[in-house]
Design a protein around this ligand. Structure first.
Ligand code: ZN
Length: 390
């Protein structure tokens, strides 16, 4: 058994505990959490860490398989610039892709991430995920506007899902985004995808996407036309995510990723289904130089989660860095709120809440120490960094 203590423990499912003690067994399962009356105590075998201890974090949106593109795509080029850069350099030798994914996985674990929702088009990250100490849910990405090749592409996705399932890796088929999936592909998804599963879909990421969907114009639409894609193949419901999914894929659990340019953040009262709203602020800054309306999300009562997106559009896969950007950009949002987004909410979004997300008896969330904490403002400071304890 090990015993961990810090100036403050954040279990997330209950109030923070000053000088609390977390007992774990050797594999990291939480056995007990003890209060000490707010005072430091001395005990044999107690490991005391300065600062705070939080549960391992959950990265609700990542693309591990493009980790080899770190630093290669210029910033602030908008979604169409990003997509065209990505297409030019995406395919290199497979060995490099696997090496970069393995390194990204290793670093992400050391930076305190215990669970990841990962978008995949390829099988290449499977061996990395099988060896990883991080739990993954893989969303097999389905996209394409062309009706002629829709069936073959869809079958590729179905095959990939089977390969992941046979290896014991949780996964589900997921449409990429409302602007990149044609009617024929939606029909296939609606016939074959499991409606009781969970999907993760990019949503309201950029003004260019909105222009394409609403007006059929703009740089993204032009890029599609140049590449020979017919945006006339998009379903008429594509501009409204809920209408679209009601028609084709009325799933129980829905993860909407980005939500950067929503005209108005809805209130939780108005959403009649289970939706997890993933924000990827540093990726939005990288591609669009924009941030979602974080303050409105914090006030909305919606279930918000955090994601890093990929190393093609971010400088690291550290969820703590996403928290820092939010806390710096929006002074009105509390550390406790953002911590819940970074832990428990992401675990629920990925169906991992039985094991991850809180420091709670019986779970294996991992423990992360943040030695430098701004006690005056009660939030992370610029020099706060995560240290993985278990
Ligand atoms: Zn993404």
């Amino acid at each position: 058994m090990r015993k961990f203590s810090a100036h403050r423990i954040y279990p997330v499912n209950r109030n923070p505990i000053s000088f609390g003690i977390v007992e774990t067994d050797d594999d990291g399962t939480i056995l007990n959490i003890r209060e000490t009356g707010g005072k430091p105590v001395e005990e044999a075998g107690l490991e005391f860490y300065p600062g705070i201890i939080i549960p391992g974090m959950v990265n609700a949106h990542c693309h591990l398989e493009v980790s080899h593109l770190k630093g290669l795509i210029p910033e602030h080029t908008g979604l169409s610039g990003f997509v065209s850069s990505l297409q030019k350099i995406r395919h290199i030798d497979q060995e490099k892709i696997v090496q970069a994914a393995a390194e990204a996985d290793r670093v992400m674990y050391m930076q305190g991430v215990s669970g990841v929702g990962d978008i995949s088009n390829l099988e290449l990250t499977l061996p990395v995920k099988l060896k990883s100490r991080i739990r993954y849910h893989t969303f097999i990405e389905i996209f394409g506007l062309d009706a002629v090749i829709a069936s073959a592409r869809f079958q590729n996705g179905v095959h990939l899902a089977r390969v992941f399932s046979e290896a014991g890796q949780p996964n589900s088929l997921s449409p990429h985004a409302p602007y990149s999936v044609g009617k024929a592909m939606w029909d296939l998804l609606s016939r074959e995808a499991n409606p009781s599963g969970r999907i993760s879909i990019h949503h309201d990421e950029s003004p260019e996407e909105w222009e394409l969907l609403e007006l059929g114009t703009g740089p993204l639409a032009e890029g599609f036309r140049r590449a020979g894609f017919d945006i006339g193949n998009l379903p008429s419901e594509a501009p409204d995510i809920f209408q679209l999914l009601d028609k084709y894929l009325p799933v129980d659990e829905l993860i909407l990723v980005h939500n950067t340019i929503m005209e108005k953040v809805p209130s939780a009262r108005d959403i009649k289904r289970t939706v997890y709203w993933v924000l990827c602020p540093r990726s939005n800054q990288y591609i669009e130089n924009l941030l979602p309306d974080i303050e409105a999300f914090a006030a909305s009562g919606l279930t918000v989660c955090l994601g890093t997106d990929s190393l093609a559009s971010n400088h690291s896969l550290s969820v703590l860095d996403e928290m820092k950007v939010i806390l710096q950009a929006v002074p009105g949002v509390t550390f406790e709120t953002v911590l819940r987004w970074a832990t428990l909410n992401g675990a629920c979004a990925l169906g991992m809440e039985k094991n991850l997300g809180t420091i709670e008896k019986g779970k294996l969330p991992g423990l992360v120490n943040i030695p430098v904490f701004d006690w005056l403002q009660n939030r992370l400071g610029p020099r706060s960094q995560p240290v993985r304890l278990i």
